[in-house]
Design a protein around this ligand. Structure first.
Ligand SMILES: Cc1ncc(COP(=O)(O)O)c(C=O)c1O
Length: 385
């Protein structure tokens, strides 16, 4: 196994902007000030200061009041994904609707819960509403009511696309008509580069059955393992009833609460521009080295670029060749709800240096060329058919 020098695999934050010194001071203050709380269990909702800070983060972005008493801190948003599914699921084989390409962690959690996943095709505006309506109708005819719709509507993982407001309203209307709650995963919230920010589903619809998930992994760092759920009673109680771990890490929560006590805007203004520059560089390098054989997304936020590769690429060989030359990426199959071996791959650019991106993308493009079974011109001109 060769050493991986260009790791486009995981969606991680940028180590270059990690606020080491400020966090060291925050940690020292927290230990002194909150020593007595640290000798106790945090409780199911978690550190009140961080819940207030995250409620303020939501209110600032969405312009609607978010009650910190309806926020529940979790061990990363991954725990929030699992808890919300467990709260909404009644039986194994219950149906859940989600984007055809989705976050592998969610797919794996839903598979473990034995949920029956129904995938909805995507385009540049996220989940397609005509396809969603068709599936809801079909399931209704079959007497199956999906337990929920799981949607990553903003900086979708893996495609990077954002669902426009009009489409969000259509999704809300369909969810209302078929009485299906929406679980909105906004893990990449605030990792924003340009353009308008589309409103979250909860800001457009106050249906108390919808559940909102968010994270501190992407805006700050995944090592804190902090995320949260925003849900209103009685849904909140249903989720809390699934929790048996006595709450999330109090020390990490207290430190991050201290760090964000004046809001997250200043920190986001510091971390997002270098990420945007890395997005630009990744796209530029793709343009230079793969424009004739690939198409890719140019996300306005988040950490991923979704790349369509030629149909005649031997995907297994590509993965192995890239690894042997020090390049890691996640293949399309990892994101497909039915593990279909689709001709796509995902590049995560957040934690690589500019130099690694500039060197790694051309190596990957060359690997794609070498693992094709022909030299024919590609037959597609867009990311999706
Ligand atoms: C869409 C989505 N949801 C949830 C997560 C889980 O992140 P974390 O548990 O670090 O908050 C991820 C991580 O990549 C993700 O992409």
């Amino acid at each position: 196994m060769s050493e991986i020098l260009y790791d486009f695999g995981a969606g991680r934050s940028d180590p270059e902007t990690f606020p080491t010194e400020v966090l060291k001071e925050a940690a020292a203050r927290v230990i002194e000030r909150e020593a007595s709380a640290l000798t106790n269990y945090p409780g199911n909702l978690g550190h009140a200061g961080l819940r207030r800070a995250m409620a303020a983060r939501e209110t600032e972005r969405e312009g609607v009041q978010v009650d910190p008493e309806h926020l529940l801190l979790t061990n990363g948003s991954m725990q929030a994904v699992t808890l919300s599914a467990e709260a909404l699921q009644d039986n194994p084989a219950d149906t859940v609707i989600l984007e055809e390409y989705s976050y592998p962690g969610t797919l794996s959690a839903y598979r473990s819960l034995r949920l029956d996943m129904v995938g909805i095709p995507l385009d540049e505006g996220g989940m397609k509403m005509d396809a969603l309506e068709m599936e809801l109708k079909r399931l209704h005819r079959e007497g199956r009511t999906p337990k929920f719709i799981y949607a990553i509507s903003t900086y979708q993982n893996p495609t990077g696309f954002v669902m426009p407001k009009a489409r969000r309203l259509e999704m809300i209307e369909l969810a209302r008509r078929y009485e299906v709650p929406i679980v909105e995963d906004n893990c990449y919230a605030d990792v924003h580069y340009e353009g308008d920010v589309e409103p979250a589903v909860y800001a457009l619809d106050d249906d108390p059955n919808h559940i909102y998930l968010c994270s501190l992994s992407k805006i700050l760092a995944p090592g804190f393992r902090l995320g949260y759920v925003y849900a209103r009673p009685p849904m909140l109680e249903k989720i809390l009833a699934r929790r048996h771990d006595a709450g999330s890490n109090y020390f990490a929560s207290a430190m991050v609460a201290e760090f964000y006590k004046d809001g997250i805007a200043a920190h986001a203004a510091h971390t997002n521009p270098p990420l945007k520059a890395k997005r630009d560089l990744t796209c530029d390098k793709l343009e230079e080295t793969a424009a004739d054989i690939c198409r890719w997304s140019r996300p306005v936020g988040g950490l991923f670029i979704w790349v369509r590769i030629p149909d005649d690429t031997d995907r297994q060989k590509l993965y192995e060749l890239a690894q042997s030359r020090g390049v890691n990426f996640l293949p399309g199959i990892a994101f497909h709800y039915q593990t279909k071996n689709v001709p796509y791959l995902r590049l995560a650019f957040g934690h690589l240096t500019q130099e690694q991106i500039a060197q790694g993308v051309p190596i990957l493009s060359q690997c794609i060329r070498e693992t094709r079974t022909s030299n024919e011109a590609i037959t597609f001109d867009t990311l999706f058919d």
